[in-house]
Unconditional design. Sequence first.
Length: 420
Amino acid sequence: MTSKSPAECFVYITLPRAETATTAGKFVLEETPNGEPFGRFIYGRSYLRNSGALDIDPVELKLSNSTYETTQLNGVFGALRDAGPDFWGRRVIEKHAGKTLLGELDYLLHSPDDRAGALGFGLGQIPPAPKRDFNRTLELEKLQELADALVRDEIPAGPDAAQIEELLLLGTSMGGARPKAVIEDGDALWIAKFSRPDDRWNYPRVEHAMLRLARECGIEVAESRIESVAGRDVLLIKRFDRQKTPTGYTRARMISGLTVLRADESPQTRTRWSYVVLAEELRRIVSRPKDDASELFRRICFNALISNLDDHPRNHALIAVDRDWKLSPAYDLTPSPVVSHDHRDLAMECGDQGRFANENNILSQHARFLLDTEEARRIIAGMKEQIEKTWYSTARASGVSENDAEAIRAAFVYPGFSRN
């Protein structure tokens, strides 16, 4: 925390079926006597009297008149950090501010109005009116140019550079480290994920193919499509935390798997990076635990079978369109064709043998996902067969070139998946 950073801010929330925010409470970020970040949150009295008031999240910040405290995540509660910028968003904000020594509250306050989920932050007690100026698909070429410049640590000059940069700041809390922006097209908002000059293959096409392949394997995934501009492909993923109305957008509450696990990215808490623990936790939160637990099991199998080794807790989320929470659609599914044929690890523990992306290891904890042995075996066998038979045709049908398909071939159903 820098000395010039704000010490506190108000937290706003857009409740179900509303299009404008209300003030939920106040967040204060201080330091302990040892200099460690220390966060406090308290719900406002007027919010507690609101008959429609809901928890900010069902894990750390349940609705009550208690004062909540944390030292995790640099003193920022998980649900608040989920609404802040990701790695790419922080990079854009730092470039925009002209410095890198920003405090956690700076990132929250400088993050875009259209962040993920239903939360917002500000210094005024009354929430500001929502902004309506979204990017359009016709601006994708300019946004791709800006993304390329930011990857090179440059800020493009020119009369419209400032306007384009402001537009690119929208939507930078949606997860991951790839360049992205929010696009309004038709009756929905979409996350535009851009390619990078140093990409090993056409990432937009490959990720689009993996979302399609996951859907064919019976997994609920975010809707996606490809737009091509100036010879470059851009992946558009439809936002599932927004719903268009005649006058604006409603917002859904959203928290990451990291928040559900009460963990952060530090090595000390990665022991809680566990699909098994996540299944246990979400069963206490969601309205349909059997459905969501088995869905999570399917995603473990899919990630192992395509070698999606970046399946960290921020790439999983819970969402609440109304009062009830559920597992969000899957997103950020990318293959990693690593060298090893015998042993590959997921980012999270998935069985008795830890993170080993292996059929027997995944089966070892099937009961924690509310599945009997035969159900679990059927899921794995069916998905393995589907991916073996269709990954290539699905990739090619999604516009992945033959060279790129060959480059990622080793990611699928690697030999060690079925070895004892």
